[in-house]
Design a binder for this molecule. Structure first.
Ligand SMILES: Cc1cc2nc3c(=O)[nH]c(=O)nc-3n(C[C@H](O)[C@H](O)[C@H](O)COP(=O)(O)OP(=O)(O)OC[C@H]3O[C@@H](n4cnc5c(N)ncnc54)[C@H](O)[C@@H]3O)c2cc1C
Length: 506
C-alpha cells in the first residue's frame, strides 16, 4: 500500500467524518437552540425575588389576590409568658372595640383565611420555641415555628417530623389549623400525630386539648382554620430520621393500580411522590412515581439544606404558558434528573424544602393551588373529567402530584373520610379580574367533578367553590360552625373563609 495514498485516503476519511460531525453538531445545536433559547428567555424575563410590597395598613397572603385593609397587625412577643398576657389583653381590647381577630402563620393559605377585613391580625411567627424530648420522641413547639427550624433541631437528635407538607416553609399553627398532609405514604393528615395543644379561647382563657382533655375542641381546632381560638403550642409525636433509597417507576396512568398495590405491601416506602405528565396531547397519560424505601445498609447522610438552582427554576417557570416548556420539563424530570438524583438521602433532607425557588414572582400573574381527594376506585375517572375541564377552560396547569392519604379519625372538618388519592394541582393564573373569573369558573367545574364521584376538595386555597358545593363536600360543616358559635359566641375569631361559608344562613 502506498503510504501517501493511504494518508490521502485517510485524509479524505477524516474530512468526511469532520463534515459529518460538523453537520451533526449543527443539527444538535439546532435541536438544542430551541430549548436553551426558551430557558434563557425564561431566566431573562423572570422577576427578582421579594418584589411585592404590601401597603401600610394592609395585609395579603401568598396568592397576592387578597390585599385587604386591616386595623392592626399585632406581632406576638417572643417571650412566651409575656406573649400570653399581652395576647389576653389584645383579645379583651378587640372584644370591647367590636374588632374581629384573625390569626396568621406563614400566610400560605390562599383565600384570606388569615384575614378579617378591618380586623386585627395576630402574627404568630415570633412564637417559635422548640423543645424535643428524644426519649419520648416528643416535640413541644410554639405555633409560630416553621417546619424548617423543627427539622433542623430534630435532625440533631436523629428524629424527624411524622406528617407535614411537601415544603417546610409553613408554621406549625397554620399546618395544624388546616390539618395538612404530605407525601408520607398511606398516612393520615397531621392531626394523627398531635398529642395535645394549648388553645387561647375568645375570652382569654387557655385550655389544654387532647383526645382525653377537651376532646371536642381538640377535634374542632385541628383543621379549624383559626375559628376556635389561638393555638399557642402543641405536643407532636416525632419519628426516627432514617436513611432512604430512591426507586422510580414510570407507567401509563391507567396501569398504575398495581404500583399502588405493591407500594402498599412490604417493604413499605416512607415517602412517595408521583408526578403526572402534563405535556400537550398526553396530559395525565403517564405517571412517574418516586418512592423512598428505608435502607439500613449505611449511615444516615448528614443534613445538607437545598440550594436553589437557577436552572431548576427556569425549567419549572418556563412551563408557564408554554407547551414547549411543559414538554421540556417532563423531559428534564424523566430523562436527566434521574441521572442526577442521589440514590440515598435522609428523610429530613427530603422534608426540608422551600417553595420560594418555584413560586411566581411576576406582578401580573400568580400561582394557585387546588387539591382534590378521591376514593381510589374513581381516581382515574376524575382525571379524565379534569382533563376535559382543563381543555375547555384553557387552564395553565404547571404541576400535578399524586398522594396517598389514609383516613382521618381525629378532626370534624375532615377531608379524608376514607383512604383517598389526592391530586395536588398547581396553576398559573393571570392577576386580573378576568383571571379571577376564569379561575373561579374552572374551579367550580373541577369541584363538581370531584363531588359527583364521591370526592372532596381541600379548603386552604381560593374560596371559589359555591357555598352549596362547600356544604356538599363537607356535610359536617354546619355542625362545625354551630359549635364555633358555642365556643366563640361573640364571633371574635373570623376570616374570609368563615365569612364566605360559615355565617349563619338568613
Ligand atoms: C406552595 C404551597 C405548597 C403547599 N403544600 C401543601 C402540602 O403539601 N400539603 C398540605 O396539606 N398543604 C399544603 N399547602 C397548604 C398549606 O398547608 C396551608 O396553606 C397552611 O395553612 C400553611 O401554613 P401557614 O403557616 O402558611 O398557615 P396560614 O396560611 O398562616 O394559616 C392557615 C390557617 O391557620 C390559621 N392559623 C394559623 N396559625 C394559627 C394558630 N397559631 N392558631 C390558630 N389558627 C392558626 C389561620 O387563621 C388560617 O385560617 C401548600 C401551600 C402552598 C402555598
Amino acid at each position: 500500500m502506498n503510504p501517501s495514498t493511504s494518508n490521502t485516503n485517510r485524509g479524505h476519511g477524516f474530512r468526511w467524518m469532520r463534515n459529518l460531525i460538523g453537520a451533526g453538531g449543527v443539527g444538535v445545536g439546532l435541536v438544542l437552540a430551541v430549548p436553551v433559547g426558551h430557558l434563557v428567555r425564561t431566566i431573562w424575563r423572570d422577576a427578582p425575588p421579594g418584589g411585592f410590597a404590601v401597603p401600610e395598613g394592609h395585609v395579603d397572603d401568598i396568592s397576592r389576590l387578597n390585599l385587604t385593609p386591616v386595623s392592626e397587625v399585632w406581632r406576638i412577643p417572643e417571650d412566651g409568658v409575656e406573649a400570653e398576657a399581652q395576647l389576653r389583653d389584645l383579645l379583651a381590647r378587640a372584644r370591647s372595640n367590636g374588632k374581629r381577630v384573625s390569626i396568621a402563620g406563614a400566610r400560605h393559605s390562599m383565600g384570606g383565611h388569615t384575614i378579617a377585613p378591618d380586623g386585627i391580625v395576630v402574627d404568630m411567627r415570633p412564637f417559635r420555641s422548640i423543645r424535643i424530648d428524644p426519649d419520648r420522641k416528643l416535640l413541644t413547639v410554639g405555633a409560630g415555628a416553621y417546619w424548617t427550624d423543627v427539622l433542623r433541631r430534630a435532625d440533631a437528635v436523629d428524629l424527624s417530623v411524622g406528617v407535614m407538607q411537601s415544603d417546610s416553609a409553613f408554621s406549625v399553627g397554620g399546618s395544624l389549623s388546616v390539618n395538612c398532609h404530605g407525601w408520607q405514604f398511606g398516612t393520615p393528615p397531621i392531626a394523627s400525630t398531635v398529642e395535645s395543644f394549648r388553645l387561647m379561647r375568645a375570652d382569654g382563657t387557655v385550655v389544654r386539648c387532647s383526645r382525653t382533655e377537651n376532646p371536642e375542641l381538640f377535634s374542632l381546632a385541628l383543621g379549624g382554620y383559626g375559628l376556635f381560638g389561638i393555638l399557642l403550642d402543641a405536643e407532636i409525636r416525632l419519628v426516627p430520621n432514617v436513611r432512604l433509597r430512591l426507586v422510580q417507576e414510570q407507567v401509563p396512568t391507567a396501569a398504575s393500580g398495581p404500583i399502588l398495590d405493591r407500594l402498599a405491601g412490604e417493604p413499605r416506602p416512607a415517602l412517595v411522590y408521583a408526578r403526572l405528565k402534563l405535556t400537550p396531547g398526553d396530559r395525565f397519560g403517564t405517571v412517574r412515581a418516586s418512592a423512598y424505601f428505608p435502607d439500613t445498609n449505611g449511615p444516615i447522610p448528614v443534613l445538607e439544606e437545598p440550594v436553589p438552582s437557577t436552572l431548576d427554576r427556569a425549567i419549572f417557570r418556563g412551563s408557564a404558558g408554554s407547551d414547549l416548556g411543559k414538554s421540556l420539563r417532563w423531559f428534564a424530570e424523566t430523562r436527566i434528573q434521574p441521572l442526577l438524583l442521589p440514590e440515598v438521602v435522609s428523610r429530613n433532607r427530603l422534608l426540608i424544602e422551600t417553595p420560594d425557588w418555584y413560586l411566581n414572582r411576576h406582578t401580573n400573574a400568580t400561582d394557585i393551588l387546588h387539591e382534590y381527594f378521591l376514593p381510589r376506585s374513581v381516581a382515574l375517572r376524575f382525571l379524565g373529567e379534569a382533563d376535559r375541564i382543563l381543555t375547555r377552560h384553557g387552564g395553565d396547569l404547571l404541576n400535578t402530584t399524586v398522594r396517598d392519604v389514609a383516613e382521618d379519625r381525629d378532626t370534624v372538618l375532615l377531608y379524608a373520610r376514607e383512604p383517598v388519592i389526592a391530586f395536588v394541582m398547581f396553576f398559573n393564573q393571570e392577576r386580573s379580574p378576568q383571571g379571577e373569573v376564569a379561575m373561579q369558573a374552572m374551579t367550580r367545574e373541577l369541584v363538581e367533578a370531584a363531588l359527583s364521584l364521591g370526592g372532596c376538595y381541600y379548603l386552604p386555597y381560593r374560596l371559589h367553590a359555591t357555598p352549596e358545593q362547600f356544604h356538599r363536600a363537607y356535610p359536617q360543616a354546619r355542625r362545625f360552625f354551630e359549635r364555633k358559635r358555642v365556643h366563640d359566641p361573640g364571633e371574635l375569631f373570623q376570616n374570609r373563609f368563615y365569612q364566605t361559608y360559615g355565617r349563619p344562613e338568613p
